[in-house]
Write a new protein. Structure first.
Ligand SMILES: C[S@@+](CC[C@H](N)C(=O)[O-])C[C@H]1O[C@@H](n2cnc3c(N)ncnc32)[C@H](O)[C@@H]1O
Length: 380
């Protein structure tokens, strides 16, 4: 496997099999909608970007997420989760779920901070819902390791629905931006579906038939001709699934996005982005399965879906503001006091600067089941 030629043929074979699967799903004219393309190239079992044995995170991967910048990020989440647990009543069964934990860095960091503050024998379960097989294994190992000293139960689940109704906290970090999106273009009189087209000379980006009807909030009406609009039925389905199963507690949701008006104005060509080895690419069809694809979250649409499904907002601030409200300044002071050397102190300050100012477009939203939110709100 060290021979570059054999590596190339393995990856070539993988791309070939991905393309075959995509071709099989295309319509008789060779057209496949973008959400189905994105679903395959990111998640096809054993073939998609997140199914590869190589980790997408960190210096040797393609991108960093906030939990990888510094453990203070996870520590702040742990503070917030403890607060919710106190509100729910420490004697009650409590479930902490992370959906899309990737390699488990955030959840392991949370568990390491929560563990010492939970009494042994309390009914607490920690659950990972991660669809990538290699990442699920890595996360389970990491989180179990963090939970072992405290005797906490850690398991995996196929989905939130598989847990049945529960009380507790759901965490998602950079999950929604990685879910497949439909891309529509306004042609002056109707929305047309965008996607990929298979032809004799390969695949190309193309426009398909008029878009199928959209469930949920209505599409924007009559934007400038050529406007591209992205939305994620998968993300909206997940919101509904969470609303149906989180009986009491809070969903803490960190991601980047914009409100719909701002998206249409600032990104009339859409927000689809590709990244590989920490560089963005120009062609979203290049290197299928080797390149990450993501889009901005449409906050307006998701808020509306959440409300209709029975979730109400109890927090909606920038990542930096939310961390501040969750105790970040005190945690930072404590970490500084423990730094031990001026070099460690400088490193800590740089990481904190990155956490607070490097995730500009990120917001942390907090949603709770309607009617069960009162005690969970943190004053601004
Ligand atoms: C951008 S990564 C973020 C990973 C991690 N939360 C972090 O911040 O480092 C998105 C993760 O969500 C996972 N994922 C995507 N769709 C999912 C779904 N429907 N259920 C569970 N995990 C999912 C992916 O496999 C991937 O691990």
């Amino acid at each position: 496997m060290d021979d570059p030629a054999s590596l190339e043929s393995v990856s070539g074979d993988r791309v070939g099999r991905l393309l075959q699967q995509a071709r099989a799903q295309a319509d008789p004219e060779g057209f496949l909608s973008f959400d189905r393309w994105m679903e395959l190239v990111l998640y096809a079992e054993g073939l998609g970007y997140y199914s590869r044995p190589r980790s997408p995170f960190g210096p040797t991967g393609d991108f960093y997420t906030a939990p990888q910048v510094h453990p203070l990020f996870a520590a702040s989440f742990a503070e917030r989760i403890l607060g919710v647990r106190v509100q729910l009543g420490p004697e009650r069964p409590f479930t902490l779920v992370e959906i899309g934990p990737g390699d488990g860095t955030l959840l392991a960091g949370i568990v390491a901070r929560l563990g010492p503050q939970l009494d042994p024998g309390q009914d607490v379960r920690i659950v990972l819902v991660e669809r990538s097989t290699p990442l699920r294994s890595a996360a389970l190992l990491r989180v179990r390791e963090a939970a072992r000293p405290f005797g906490l139960r850690v398991s995996t689940a196929e989905s939130v629905a598989a847990l049945g109704p529960f009380e507790g906290v759901i965490v998602t970090n950079e999950l929604l931006d990685a879910l497949p999106v439909r891309r529509l273009r306004w042609d002056g009189s109707a929305w047309r579906e965008l996607g990929v087209r298979f032809g004799p000379s390969g695949i190309r980006a193309d426009q398909g038939p008029p878009a199928d009807p959209v469930s949920g909030p209505p599409l924007p009406t009559a934007p400038p001709d050529g406007t591209v609009f992205e939305f994620s039925p998968a993300a909206e389905g997940l919101v509904r699934e969470i609303a149906d199963h989180l009986v009491a507690g809070v969903w803490l949701l960190d991601d980047y996005g914009m409100d719909e008006d701002e998206l249409l104005q600032a990104h009339p060509d859409g927000t689809l982005a590709t990244v590989r080895h920490h560089r963005s690419g120009a062609d979203p069809l290049a290197d299928p399965g080797e390149t990450d694809l993501s889009t901005f979250v449409n906050w307006s649409r998701l808020r509306s879906v959440a409300r209709a499904a029975g979730l109400e907002p109890i927090g909606d601030r920038s990542q930096a503001e939310t961390l501040g409200a969750w105790g970040f300044p005190r945690l930072f002071e404590e970490a500084l006091a423990r730094a031990g050397s001026s070099e460690a102190e400088v490193r800590l300050r740089l990481s904190v600067k990155n956490l607070l100012f490097g995730f500009e477009r990120f917001r942390i939203l907090e949603w709770a089941p309607v009617g069960r939110a009162a005690g969970f709100r943190i004053p601004t």
